[in-house]
Design a binder for this molecule. Structure first.
Ligand code: GLY
Length: 402
């Protein structure tokens, strides 16, 4: 069970980063390698059970039920875990599993189950990663088809990709001007598609969405709304709301980490300092709100008696902070701070949030899919994925999937 010491009274450095991150943490890389090997062992134990089926988004009593790849946004995290296990071990069994799963992603495109902004999550970790690792053009083609469907959800006047609802259905008209903070992690599919095809349209839509998100979802203090609506006809801003956070004006910690990682990746694809600086502002807010052990409460503004953690947000933050550090110049003091913060968080997850020595089929305890719906204190499949991506980032060279 996680250790929960008294809150750290963090001093803030000149860069707006809590002072504790200016010093390198005492993290033993051998322990991180051991944690990676423990995680791969669990993926291995799961291989037969899930194979070309998929763990549900979150577990029950720390065990995932298997489901089919017909809907939802999370199936690709299992495929991503198989690709990571393949890269770390070189064992073809993981590659065969990922390739078998890819057939279900191809079928999903054919079935028309594509009216979702989550196509980026779904087809980056399956098809883009598959193409990067195997060179198979079928995966490239699937990823481009998914990117095409994603661009269909772009609305010109507000300059955003519609988050929820069927973009063609008149009954969902009022969803047309809605964006959500998670969408920042769906943009890499579009940036990749422009690189792969030479057609700048995908990246141009991604950049427009990133700018609109920056104008409306990010507040002046560097916190984020979960969701924000604009008028789809005039583009005028309407206001912020939440579905998974505590309240409209609060800061849902996982949303904050989707934005940190999403802007760092936008910086990687475009070489624009503007995106990297946005990611840094978001990161500073995030780090200033951590109370202890580097794993955030599910919402930074939830009442103190709701001490519900979200290990999945922490796992995303590890990858986002690591990527942000990669985008900043080596000599920038922030580079070292973000690396330190990523390592401290990873160490905390490996030490105090691991399911090792339990009957769990997941990797991290204390994931919080949706506390307002009673769904917390479980494993979340994306938290498991980002935990392993973070361990791989910290211990070896890695082929970027995003
Ligand atoms: N829908 C993405 C999330 O729950 O973070």
């Amino acid at each position: 069970m996680p250790r929960r010491p008294a809150a750290i009274q963090a001093s803030i450095s000149d860069q707006g980063i809590p002072g504790e991150y200016t010093q390198p943490p005492d993290v033993d890389r051998t322990e991180l390698k051991r944690a990676l090997s423990t995680a791969i062992d669990q993926i291995d134990r799961n291989l037969d059970e899930y194979y070309d089926r998929f763990p549900e988004p979150s577990s029950e009593n720390l065990v995932y039920s298997p489901t089919d790849n017909t809907d939802g946004w999370t199936t690709s995290f299992w495929t991503g875990l198989c690709w990571l296990a393949y890269e770390v071990t070189g064992d073809a069994r993981y590659r065969r599993a990922a390739e078998t799963q890819l057939e279900t992603f191809e079928r999903r495109l054919e079935s028309g189950e594509v009216k979702t902004h989550d196509l980026g999550f779904l087809y980056t970790l399956s098809a883009v990663a598959g193409h990067r690792l195997t060179g198979n053009d079928r995966y490239r083609s699937a990823a481009i088809t998914a990117a095409d469907y994603l661009t269909d959800r772009f609305w010109e006047a507000p300059g955003l990709i519609q988050a929820w609802g069927d973009h063609e259905a008149s009954e969902d008209f009022w969803e047309r001007g809605r964006m959500i903070v998670d969408s920042m992690m769906n943009l890499p599919l579009l940036f990749w598609a422009s690189e792969a095809t030479g057609d700048p349209t995908y990246a141009s839509i991604a950049e427009t969405h990133a700018r609109t998100n920056g104008q409306h979802i990010i507040r002046p203090d560097g916190s984020t709304f979960h969701t924000f609506k604009c008028d789809v006809v005039t583009g005028a801003p309407i206001g912020g709301e939440t579905a998974q956070g505590y309240e409209a004006n609060s800061c849902w910690s996982r949303g904050q980490t989707w934005a940190i990682y999403g802007y760092a990746l936008a910086g990687d694809y475009t070489d624009e300092d503007e995106y990297v600086e946005i990611a840094a502002k978001l990161a500073n807010y995030y780090l200033s709100k951590l109370e202890n052990d580097h794993v955030p409460r599910w919402d930074f503004d939830a009442p103190p008696d709701q001490d519900i953690r979200d290990s999945s947000a922490a796992a995303i933050s590890v990858c986002g902070l690591h990527e942000l550090a990669r985008q900043l110049p080596f000599a920038d003091d922030r580079t070292r701070c973000y690396r330190n913060a990523a390592l401290s968080t990873l160490e905390s997850l490996a030490t105090d949030y691991s399911t090792k020595d339990t009957e769990s089929t997941g990797l991290l305890t204390d994931g919080a899919y949706d506390p307002s719906d009673g769904d917390y204190d479980e494993c979340c499949i994306w938290g498991d994925y980002f935990y392993v991506e973070g361990l791989v980032r910290a211990t070896q060279q890695w082929t970027q999937y995003w």
